[in-house]
Design a protein around this ligand. Sequence first.
Ligand code: ADP
Ligand code: MG
Length: 446
Amino acid sequence: MKSGHLREPWAILAIPVALAGTWALVTLAGGVYGLALGASVLAAWGIFRIGALSRRLREAEAATAREASERRELERALADHKQRLKMVIESEPECVKLQAADGTILDMNPAGLAIIETKHREDIVGKSAYGYVAPEWRAKYAEMTERVFRGETASLEFRLIARSGTERWMKTHAVPLRERDGSIWAMLAFTRNVTDRRRAEENERQHRASVAHLQRALSMGEMATTIAHELNQPLTAIVNYSRGAVRRLRSGQGTLEQVIESLEAASSEADRAARIIRNIRNVVRKQPTRQERRDINQLVQGVFAYAYIQAELRRQAIRSSVALAEGLPPVEIVPIEIEQVILNLARNAIEAMASTAGRDRELALVTRRGAGDSVEVAVRDTGPGLPPRDAGDVFDPFVTTKPHGLGMGLAITRSIVDAHGGRIWVERTSSLGTTFVFSLPAAAAD
Ligand SMILES: Nc1ncnc2c1ncn2[C@@H]1O[C@H](COP(=O)(O)OP(=O)(O)O)[C@@H](O)[C@H]1O
Ligand SMILES: [Mg+2]
């Protein structure tokens, strides 16, 4: 059949058929093509997917390898770190130990073993730490352990007994070691041998005590000189009062009252002499001289009332006054020493006025509140004033302008005031008179 032969009648028919066939073919082809296309797209996508997957796989592999190497690195670093830590702990000059709540030693570094005097861990590990703590420190050590197992850090200085029985001073700092869940499984303790430091401190303390004692003994040397001077006066007074009493009794003149007065004055002077001696004995024997809480006003009044002072005031026609401030805080003092201070100042004042003829003589004792929390006592006279400075500092020992003076009164007075934490100074001096003042710190409130 010739395709171009259109004249054939069925050829007319052939056209739609052919068209239909072509369409069918085209459709079929299209479908097939579509399928093929779809398939190839799918395939391409699949290939693409597989590519992506395998790439990811490769990446994952690389990452895993990287991670593994990182982890290896980390493990190595950790191992290094642990090793270094171990080395540090092992070579640590302090004792490093792990201890359980009941005192059992879980581990200890060589420095610790050396302190306890062994080379073998087995001698120590598994044993109780309390075996090495001096008995009087065990309660404190237990307290520290308890605190650490409560989650606190703690430190303690205690005496340790080594295996040979040698005792050492140790200082421990302890911290809790926790599990992941937060519970405490051990106490980590760093303990240092502080025996040398403690010994140095003890030496220092003893040194200070002996220096202080030496100083006191030295000033006692000075005091002994002053005491001879000071005792001389109550002894003279005792002799005079007793003789007066005897005279009155013998002569039958004078009242019983006067005799009693003389004897009482004599016995109060004897009391005072005895107290002066007792105080010196305490200082020399290193016995603590007893500080007492006292009212300064009472002390000043007591000294003022001394028979010797009163007799001298009368004999030299010296007017006197005592002005006491109210509401002063109490002072913590060795009473006999502060009495001595007031007495020395009063005596100097009286002695100074002996030379001032033909003018009003007056002795004034004043108490007042001082700077800060202190009290002050002022002793004022109307004497000729202090000698010129070039004669020497009146507070220095052996500086005197008196023919029979010892020049110890003000020196000892100043050392007593210093020893009480106070101060002494000349507030005013002129040809019209002199005022000495000393201050004492107020006693601490209880
Ligand atoms: N209130 C005073 N007025 C004038 N001079 C004084 C006064 N107090 C002390 N002095 C002087 O200070 C010196 C030293 O006094 P002190 O140490 O008590 O020794 P002493 O009384 O044995 O001389 C005295 O000799 C005197 O010259
Ligand atoms: Mg004197």
